[in-house]
Ligand binder design. Structure first.
Ligand code: ZN
Ligand code: ZN
Length: 313
């Protein structure tokens, strides 16, 4: 596991919860109580990921400043967004803390790379476009608009954004040397990724909702809109099977699931053939050329391991 100070390009999971955080304020359930007592891998902040080397931040949930501080990350040179939803954008004022230091009389500029279709929503929702233009006037952000599949070079890293099936959503393909990382951080329902996104070294995607809690109780009521518009965990597994990455990492893990860190470790065992890991806050995945902890076994280029076996379990 790469250390906090490693210079290797590393994917750092800043926060791995979804719309809430764990512990959730006002909740005294078993999961939240454990998170409150033990913290560490039992607690989850809002959803965001950071790539060292490029110093690229994906999304700004409300508590992103705390997550960056926890992980000893003090510079964000570039920023991208998966979509406009509040759980991914409401911590955007972190840019003031990162780029403006009145006492030292210093100011830095972060590059915001906005896919055109994500920006369309930013113009309509939550005052996002207004706020980023305000940051631009302050001289702490520069907005760049991206076309679909248009490569952006960030040092040794190349980033491309792609549309997803849900409107206003962007998935990202990151090239780091010969390594390819695909990030689909939320809203993967009905997503049909193009050929460029298949068989990456690492796939990061949302976990999806669970039908039942550990006691066998139905979690989301029959007829609730979430069932229609959000991907279930089974749909996430189907996508992993289809995309066939060397390693898959599930994040955006809702407190609503009623599952603890230990429960997700059990699920990893159960679904071992998917090479699926559940992220936790502070998880670091090295993606350097020389060393990788994401290649548990070499892949036969001509075979999809699921097709070989015929069926899913
Ligand atoms: Zn979300
Ligand atoms: Zn709870």
């Amino acid at each position: 596991m790469p250390s906090k100070k490693s210079n290797d390009p590393t994917l750092v999971f800043l926060g791995t919860d979804g719309a809430d955080c764990t512990p959730r304020v006002g909740c005294l359930c078993e999961i939240c109580t454990e998170a409150h007592k033990k913290a560490g891998r039992c607690a989850r902040n809002g959803p965001s990921v950071f790539l060292t080397g490029a110093d690229l931040l994906f999304d700004t949930p409300e508590d992103v400043a705390h997550s960056l501080e926890r992980e000893d990350i003090h510079h964000v040179y570039s920023l991208v967004y998966s979509h406009w939803h509040p759980d991914h954008t409401l911590g955007r004022r972190v840019l003031e803390q990162l780029n403006l230091n009145l006492r030292k009389r210093t100011k830095t500029i972060a590059d915001l790379w906005l896919p055109a279709w994500v920006r369309d929503d930013f113009r309509k929702r939550l005052g996002l476009e207004d706020h980023f233009q305000f940051f631009e006037k302050m001289g702490i952000v520069k907005i760049h608009e991206l076309g679909e599949g248009e490569p952006t070079k960030l040092g040794n890293t190349t980033v491309k954004a792609f549309r997803m099936t849900q409107p206003g959503l962007a998935s990202y393909l990151v090239h780091q040397g010969k390594k390819r990382i695909v990030l689909a951080l939320d809203e993967i329902k009905d997503w049909n990724p193009g050929s460029e996104l298949m068989e990456p070294d690492v796939l990061v995607l949302e976990t999806g909702w669970f039908e039942r809690d550990k006691q066998g109780e139905q979690i989301i009521p029959t007829g609730h809109w979430i069932r229609e518009s959000e991907a279930s965990f089974e749909e996430t597994l189907e996508l992993v099977q289809k995309i066939n990455p060397r390693a898959a990492i599930a994040t955006h893990i809702e407190e609503l699931n009623g599952r603890s860190y230990a429960d997700y470790l059990e699920l990893e065992k159960k679904y071992r053939e998917y090479r699926l890991r559940f992220a936790y806050d502070g998880l670091r995945i090295s993606i350097s050329e020389e060393y990788s902890d994401v290649e548990p076994e070499p892949r036969d280029k001509n075979k999809n391991r699921f097709r070989e076996r015929g069926t899913l379990t």
